[in-house]
Design a protein around this ligand. Structure first.
Ligand SMILES: [Mn+2]
Length: 254
């Protein structure tokens, strides 16, 4: 993908809103905050990349979508209709996004990392789940979750039951991740950093942008590249912005 940035225009990146979690009232407060952020960035945004786990759970049935998030859906439709480019990525919590966003909102949904060229800068952008070494159990689960047969079978469950089942699963997996103390910087064990370094050996990118880690990070990859993790919006409210020259990791309503 190529974007030519006009003067004064910017590109924004955010991920891991986890809308729906941990409960309706906290999610609603976060949804309002995200909308304030979208309103603010819409002043100079050429494009907005929403890089996965935007919903804590999402499953599209052929003729139905989950209840909720209506303000958020309305806001991104409004910005899209006003001419701002919006790109969605699936994460490990919302990988069951199919044709609703492209058809209803005109917003493309990417399931794999993409390469983006902006003016002279080259980006690799993705949610980050299932990349790099290790995490074999998740990689195995992802094969099942993305299998068309498994998806077809899941869609046969009544939504009241299916959505309850999936939301309980999603909450327990988030709780167990918190227990594993994923909160602190793990140095050379930061596997998305390792993944970026490995890719960089074969193909240069100026910026590696990922979510998934839930920890805002801005790390050097070799001498001329950076790995930026977008953090999340439950505690950090972090996002990245590129002005055509500089990339920075910022905090909204610090
Ligand atoms: Mn996440």
């Amino acid at each position: 993908m190529k974007i030519q940035l006009g003067k004064g225009k910017k590109i924004y990146f955010a991920s891991d809103f986890h809308l729906g979690a941990p409960n309706a009232s906290e999610s609603l407060e976060r949804e309002h905050r995200i909308i304030r952020w979208l309103d603010q960035v819409s002043n100079d945004a050429e494009a907005i990349f929403l890089v996965g786990d935007i919903f804590d759970f999402w499953f599209e049935y052929k003729r139905a979508i989950p209840k909720g998030f209506i303000r958020f859906l309305g806001k991104i439709s409004q910005l899209k209709d006003a001419g701002i480019k919006i790109y969605f990525f699936t994460g490990n919590h919302d990988l069951w996004m199919f044709d609703y966003f492209p058809k209803e909102l005109g917003i493309p949904v990417y399931k794999e990392p993409i390469t983006l060229e902006v003016n002279k800068a080259k980006f690799l952008i993705g949610h980050g789940d299932g990349l790099g070494p290790g995490d074999n159990f998740y990689k195995f689960l992802k094969k099942i979750f993305t299998s068309p047969i498994a998806q077809w079978l899941f869609a046969r469950l009544h939504p009241n039951f299916g959505i309850w089942l999936a939301t309980s699963w999603s909450q327990s997996s988030r709780a167990s991740n918190l227990e594993k103390n994923e909160d602190s910087f793990k140095g050379n064990d930061e596997w998305l950093w390792a993944y970026s370094k490995e890719v960089e050996l074969n193909e240069h990118h100026d910026y590696y942008i990922f979510g998934h880690r839930h920890l805002p990070l801005d790390l050097q990859v070799g001498d001329t590249a950076r790995y930026v993790n977008l953090g999340e919006w439950i505690r950090f409210n972090t996002y990245a912005v590129f002005d055509g020259d500089q990339l920075s990791l910022e905090t909204f309503e610090k």
